[in-house]
Ligand binder design. Structure first.
Ligand code: ZN
Length: 98
């Protein structure tokens, strides 16, 4: 059992979640014509021994997408946060000086 602390639902077993992939990669812009950028985004992944940022969805629960920072050596979870910031936090971010 790997307990994941969902920010909305509290601690839940990992069986309630679905792995969603590597959260450390950045998707190229939709109109990016560089095939190398798309190749790296789709196929190239690091296989770190240590902390790794991953997407998980709480499918049997709140259905929120989370970013889980997990140590691949022992499955210890260092942090869990919502993948999407709330609309309120986005509006605050836009108002902050650059
Ligand atoms: Zn949840």
């Amino acid at each position: 059992m790997l307990p994941i602390e969902c920010p909305c639902c509290g601690p839940r077993d990992h069986d309630e979640f679905r792995y969603g992939g590597d959260a450390s990669v950045t998707r190229p812009a939709h109109d990016d014509p560089d095939p190398e950028a798309w190749y790296r985004y789709v196929f190239i992944r690091a296989n770190p021994a240590g902390l790794h940022r991953e997407f998980w969805q709480h499918v049997i629960g709140c259905r929120q997408w989370l970013v889980v920072e997990r140590d691949t050596r022992n499955h210890a979870i260092a942090s869990v946060e919502l993948a999407r910031k709330s609309p309120h936090s986005k509006s605050l971010a836009r108002k902050s000086p650059a």
